[in-house]
Design a protein around this ligand. Structure first.
Ligand SMILES: Nc1ncnc2c1ncn2[C@@H]1O[C@H](COP(=O)(O)OP(=O)(O)OP(=O)(O)O)[C@@H](O)[C@H]1O
Length: 299
């Protein structure tokens, strides 16, 4: 049986509308399911843990955005129950859906999950006792996640189906005031000490922030994360170059350096805000470990 965890407020209420459609379809098709809806922020993880205590649930489907995806996957991780993960996108950024080519149409996404004949196992990023499946980022990235999630304009933009613009605006806003600092990054056996670092992104899939192709070559099941470090650039040159990230052309910019590895430690001169899948996850120092092919996804 499938268990659904629904965030009704994701995408400024899109989650609730999507669930209505799905519920009707499930009823019409006489599919047995369990559903739990979140009533406050951060609840999806515990709901996933609760649903998994019902021994007959073999797959959990997160209906919402990337924050809901992250919380549900953390619930599966904490339960240590063998369970497949499915996702029906209803958020603003929807990078997990983009990274795994999931249908945007909720009924098509449901159809694929119900067919259940395509599964793949993907890596997860482990940090601070939690997991991320899209990306982890420190510095400007972390600050952008905090700013975008708090922004009133995210709600308005979601209303007119332009939720991804919220991340664009948050980057511009944070870039205007952010102060870079010195960072030491250890990637497996290699150590790099860099001055004037704006951000370090550790990616399992190519995009974050609603389609920004931060690490265009990231592969989610190779046992390694792709790492992008942006340093040694002026605020204005970054502002000018920023739109290149949507096509991945920033890889040619002299401020961007790329690495690949399975254990990544980030230490900085002063604490940098860290995000995991776009949600605040503490501050540096952090160590991210790539756990190879740890999660089965229905796609
Ligand atoms: N009932 C609720 N009331 C308020 N906040 C909630 C509720 N349920 C979940 N949340 C919080 O909403 C936040 C955003 O959820 P989510 O990321 O799924 O949607 P989104 O921000 O619209 O999409 P995306 O992350 O793809 O941009 C999460 O931090 C989650 O904990």
């Amino acid at each position: 049986m499938l268990g659904f965890i629904v965030n009704p407020v994701s995408g400024n209420g899109r989650g609730a509308m999507v669930w209505k459609q799905l519920e009707e379809e499930l009823r019409q098709r006489n599919v047995a399911y369990l559903v739990r809806k979140t009533s406050m922020a951060g609840e999806a993880k515990q709901l996933a843990v609760d649903v998994l205590q019902n021994g007959s649930v073999t797959g959990i489907v997160a209906v919402g955005g990337d924050g809901t995806v992250n919380e549900v996957v953390n619930g599966i991780h904490e339960s240590q129950v063998a369970c497949a993960f499915g996702h029906i996108p209803a958020g603003s950024g929807n990078d997990f859906a983009r990274g795994h080519n999931l249908p945007r149409d909720p009924l098509q996404a449901l159809e694929k999950i119900l067919q259940g004949n395509v599964t793949k196992t993907i890596d997860v990023l482990q940090l601070n006792g939690m997991v991320a499946i899209n990306s982890v980022g420190a510095g400007l990235d972390g600050q952008v996640a905090v700013t975008a999630n708090r922004a009133r304009y995210k709600r308005w933009l979601n209303k007119i189906k332009l939720g991804v613009l919220a991340y664009f605006l948050a980057v511009v806003r944070v870039l205007l005031t952010y102060k870079p600092c010195s960072v030491t990054v250890v990637i497996d056996d290699r150590q790099e000490t860099l001055e004037n670092v704006w951000l370090i992104a550790v990616a399992n899939i190519s995009s974050y922030g609603g389609g920004m192709q931060i690490c265009p070559d990231a592969v989610p099941d190779d046992g390694r994360a792709d790492i992008c470090v942006v340093s040694h650039a002026s605020r204005w040159s970054l502002l000018r170059a920023f739109p290149l990230i949507y096509t991945g052309k920033h890889v040619h910019h002299p401020a961007a350096r790329f690495f690949r590895g399975s254990t990544i430690t980030i230490q900085s001169e002063r604490p940098m805000v860290v995000h995991a899948d776009g949600e605040m996850a503490g501050v540096t120092p952090i160590t991210v470990n790539v756990a190879r092919r740890r999660l089965t996804i229905l796609s």
